[in-house]
Design a protein around this ligand. Structure first.
Ligand SMILES: [Zn+2]
Ligand SMILES: [Zn+2]
Length: 332
């Protein structure tokens, strides 16, 4: 039902692409991260809650149709619907049905609880195309509660030493998820300007997030080392970022699970918080679809393919459409 083409996954029977790599006529988008949502297509379809963040990503003139989770839509002979993927706001798995045959494209997903998006919903299908960013048994995430507890304690001890806390996180998804677990009563929450558009889109969808202030030289000075700053990894930083007691940097990502991930980014601390499924999450999600055929993409696919074959499933790797941008590629 779907074939891998130079433009990405294409459905001949419905004449549309899923997360195309370049501009096409009809693009069904799983979510607004840059490795899935690219500009230049004539028409876009996405899950309704993701409309705002997708609009921020694409040109203002882009023709985007938001479709409610679970609502059916027809493209020629193919029935399609979007189902929650639990990855970031509006992220979706896309279900395709053609003459009784059902495929689901997972997009990126996670099973961990996240108050900033609709939880992952298993969808039964014959063929499941799954991401596998963290497709090794070593990846097993701690609970978000324990990670947030560690982040708050880190911030507190930095504050006591008048040391600015700088948390590096991707501007769409991770930044908002982090904010949802932080309280401005503990100190000023300062966010880099590039995070604000997505933050507005989250609030417009009714996601409850704490009050934040825009990161600025002046605000950093008055905060005197008590602020927690959230900034994307490559963003420019004010010179006054360093508080009276210095600065402590941390990165919040699944890559923090491995030692090299921390060293590669020059952070003092790493918090293991991922918007992708860990190994138990992947295997659980795949089994919940009841699919007999699994196509694996996005990451090192071989160990997962082998594991699935040992379970008697028809599994293969699908040539990776592109490198993962939003979680960073493997530490270099
Ligand atoms: Zn993503
Ligand atoms: Zn991705």
């Amino acid at each position: 039902m779907l074939v891998n083409t130079p433009n990405g996954l294409y459905c001949p029977a419905g004449d549309f692409h899923v997360d195309p790599r370049r501009g096409v006529e009809r693009a069904l988008i799983t979510h607004a991260h840059s490795d899935h949502a690219r500009s230049g297509s004539q028409g876009y379809w996405c899950a309704q809650p993701g409309l705002g963040v997708l609009r921020e990503r694409l040109k203002p003139s882009a023709a985007i149709t938001g479709v409610a989770y679970g609502q059916s839509l027809r493209f020629k002979d193919v029935q399609i619907s979007f189902h929650p993927a639990g990855h970031v706001l509006g992220s979706a798995q896309i279900r395709l049905e053609h003459r009784g045959e059902v495929w689901v494209v997972s997009g990126d997903y996670k099973l961990q609880p996240d108050p900033t998006c609709t939880p992952f919903e298993p969808v039964r299908c014959h063929t499941f195309i799954t991401e596998c960013t963290f497709g090794l048994p070593i990846y097993q995430w701690p609970t978000p509660e324990s990670v947030f507890h560690a982040i708050r304690s880190w911030w507190q001890s930095n504050s006591q030493a008048a040391r600015t806390s700088v948390l590096h996180a991707y501007s769409l998804g991770k930044a908002q998820r982090l904010l949802s677990g932080l309280d401005p009563a503990q100190g000023p929450l300062l966010v880099h300007g590039s995070i604000l558009p997505a933050l507005r889109a989250y609030r417009a969808e009714g996601i409850c997030l704490p009050e934040v202030e825009r990161l600025s030289e002046e605000r950093l000075r008055t905060a005197a080392g008590r602020a927690l700053v959230i900034t994307p990894p490559q963003a420019d930083e004010p010179a006054s970022l360093v508080g009276p007691g210095g600065v402590s940097r941390a990165f919040a990502s699944g890559w923090m699970h491995v030692r090299g991930g921390r060293q590669g980014r020059g952070s003092d601390t790493g918090f293991v918080l991922s918007d992708h499924a860990d190994w138990p999450g992947l295997t659980q999600a795949i089994q919940a679809t009841n699919a007999r055929r699994i196509l694996v993409t996005h990451g090192s696919t071989r160990p997962l393919v082998r594991w699935l074959r040992e379970k008697g499933l028809d599994a293969a790797s699908l040539e990776a459409p592109a490198r993962v941008v939003e979680e960073g590629s493997a530490p270099s």
